[in-house]
Design a binder for this molecule. Sequence first.
Ligand code: ISE
Length: 339
Amino acid sequence: GTLGVAVIGTGRMGADHVRRLDEAISGARVTAVVDIDPRRAEAAAARVDGCAAHTDPAAAMAAAGVDAVLIASPGPAHEEALLEAFARGLPVLCEKPLTPDSASARRVLDAETRLGRRLVQVGFMRRYDSEYQRLKALLDAGDLGRALMLHCTHRNVSTPPGYTSQMTINDSVVHEIDATRWLLGEEITAVTVLRPTPSSGAPEGLSDPQLVLFETEGGAVVDVEIFVNCGFGYQVRCEAVGEHGTARIGDAHGLTVQAAGRWGGEIAQDFVTRFRDAYDREVQAWVDAVRRGGTAGPSVWDGYAAAVVCEAAVRAQATGGRVPVVLPERPALYAAPPR
Ligand code: ISE
């Protein structure tokens, strides 16, 4: 039957997911929404027929007609919601980051391991972007030989008030952490962060841009330019350098116009636009897997590993040095590819 989904958190991503589930996804229906702000919850619920508004995640999960949970609240609220969903055996799509630090991510990992079955897909949506998927297929096919380096660019127009240098890692670079692990099929083993003199367009106290370097198990090196107040657009690019050639995605050459002696195109202004298709495919894949009784996509292990790398990166940022990443052994639950 149709999957009844409770959406927890109706901020920017949560509200977009409510709209997505309502308009673009087949096989699911939003039956409940939750927000600590009752007016915001009511406003989101009013958009969907038969959708109830709640302020308490546990009450929403206990409500009739709720078969699965989409967590889109701020990161610090994720752990409690995840543990509540585990207690009820409800499948979850959890927006990134899984949790804000490795200790809490570890508690979630241990809880799911004790449960003995995977209930969570983590919202690393780049894995569902068609360009990323083509790059991954090309690397897996081996035509470029072994991947030696990735050059990544991650730019945002501007940051909201309160955005800190640590958030550039935990909220933004976390995507390159997951993309690196996924594209190369290897864990990250060390992180270094370089901080050029900040742009005059950056808010006081924010290190922007930064250059983040990862080393991987197989000896690949990855550089990430993170520039979150670039002012001109939202850009995510990745070039893989292999032994026999290179491949590059994210140039957004969908449409170029040549007129009046110039050529050019548009640059997206935000991630909701740039990754719209990826979000659609991500949520549809989740709904399909859950309706088949399974789980798919990035796991709690992926969310945990990303949290450990983020912590190392924040330390590297503060010390200016190279910080090794130490991961425990991957539990058997996460060894096999999910159904
Ligand atoms: C935001 O939270 C995201 O997840 C976006 O994908 C990322 O590009 C942006 O920098 C983050 O703030």
